[in-house]
Design a protein around this ligand. Structure first.
Ligand code: CTP
Length: 410
């Protein structure tokens, strides 16, 4: 017997981003999920039933009056493991907030007992309208995950907040939600603001040359995505990464350690937690040439004077915007004659003054750019928790588990 994958209901409401939901549907279907598409009538103005039926392999209807003998208005919601409404218009958010049930999708939302995710997409004015914001707040209060729309190009020439996140990123977020389904603590970061830094900073010698490092940003992006899937408002300070913006996350791009410091300090002011997964350069050239440095004719090499950059982790740990905030550092360590990896890490935790330190053993160039990671999480109370080799998402979940425990006991 073939195993039936998780049952996903893909609700599609009537916005132009409906065409992007086809890609989301493909990602779910190709990865073994059993997807039932429930469009609204308005969604069918953008993408017709033939497309949804062909991509999902199932009949598709917006109405409660088709196949009535199967009682679809009750059965589809009851048997779902996840309902994701993408795109979600202001109209469907309003109906869901008020319990209106005038088509198959809104009926399904009333019968679903599984996690429900809304990925709103609309014009900025509609998103910012008090009516929409109050409806979103109502849904969130009830334990529904309404992700923040992205900022950027909207339909036509407009730009602003309201853009549909990348379908791949909504898919990844949904996988995180499905993985935690039934854990009883689905949205344990709801109402929290968290800040994550990711990537490696660049310190310029001249307009084209810089000192940099090998950080890919993958772990920081996984932390940001997972926090959004657990309900947090997330600010991701991203240094020189080439990764797509995680769904529901506010991304602040930076280049240098100075810019990263300013962005992190400003976002950390009211944050419940800050996770410094970035690799900021420890040194920068003391001067930066305004024009490209020329090679000397006599074969001599320039001497580059370096100066230390700010240690952002130490600064935000010692000078806390909120005394009860949880601050997490990372340490890429190698053991040597003077001590083991953990000896050096304990000393670093004390020196930096953070609450948790995630320690990676990077002897031999491990970790950089890899999909998996293993770590030890040290805490300032003397505890050490080993995390066996796991995906960066799984490690991110363990890190947030530790943060949540500290937040709940602080
Ligand atoms: N970090 C930071 N600001 C810097 C350098 C590092 O906030 N200028 C943060 C990193 O984001 C990470 C942690 O500090 O969370 C550990 O960084 P690491 O470079 O390993 O520590 P160092 O202070 O450089 O210690 P050492 O070089 O002595 O090992």
């Amino acid at each position: 017997m073939t195993r039936v994958g998780p049952r996903v209901v893909l609700g599609v409401s009537g916005g132009i981003a409906a065409y992007k939901a086809c890609e989301l549907l493909r990602r779910f279907s190709e990865s073994g999920h059993d997807v039932t598409v429930v469009p609204t009538r308005a969604a069918l103005e953008f993408v017709g039933t033939a497309t949804w039926a062909a991509l999902s392999g199932k009949p598709v209807s917006a109405e409660v009056w088709d196949s009535v003998h199967e009682v679809p208005h009750v059965r589809i919601g009851q048997s779902a493991d996840l309902v994701v409404v993408a795109p979600a218009t202001a109209d469907v958010l309003a109906k869901a907030a008020h319990g209106i049930a005038d088509d198959l999708l809104t009926n399904t939302l009333l019968t679903a007992r599984c996690p429900v995710v809304f990925a709103p997409a609309m014009h900025t004015e509609m998103w910012e309208h008090t009516a929409t914001q109050e409806n979103v707040a109502t849904l969130r209060r009830r334990g529904v995950l309404v992700i923040e729309p992205a900022e950027g190009r909207l339909t036509g020439a407009d730009t602003g907040k309201g853009r549909f996140p990348e379908p791949d990123e909504i898919f990844e977020l949904c996988l995180d939600v499905l993985a935690r389904q039934g854990s009883g603590t689905m949205l344990d970061l709801a109402g929290r603001h968290v800040v994550v830094s990711a990537g490696g900073t660049r310190e310029y010698l001249d307009p084209v040359r810089f000192l940099g490092n090998r950080s890919s940003g993958l772990q920081g992006y996984a932390l940001a995505r997972v926090a959004a899937a657990r309900g947090a408002e997330v600010t991701l300070v991203a240094a020189n990464t080439t990764l797509p913006d995680p769904a529901g996350v506010k991304v602040v791009p930076v280049v240098t350690t100075g810019e990263l410091r300013d962005a992190v300090v400003s976002a950390a002011a009211g944050a419940d937690a800050v996770v410094m997964a970035a690799a900021p350069a420890d040194y920068r050239p003391a001067t930066r040439a305004a024009t490209k440095m020329k090679k000397a004719d006599d074969g001599s090499a320039p001497v580059v004077h370096l100066e230390q950059t700010t240690d952002v982790l130490a600064e935000i740990s010692h000078d806390r915007g909120r005394p009860d905030a949880v601050i997490v550092g990372f340490a890429a360590e190698t053991g040597d004659d003077t001590g083991s990896v953990l000896d050096h890490a304990r000393a670093k935790l004390a020196r930096k003054g953070c609450d948790l330190l995630v320690v990676n053993d990077v002897s031999g160039g491990k970790v950089f750019g890899e999909a998996h990671n293993e770590a030890v999480i040290l805490d300032s109370d003397g505890g050490a928790h080993e995390v066996p080799r796991a995906t960066k998402s799984a490690l991110a979940h363990v890190i947030w588990d530790h943060v949540v425990t500290r937040l709940e006991t602080s």
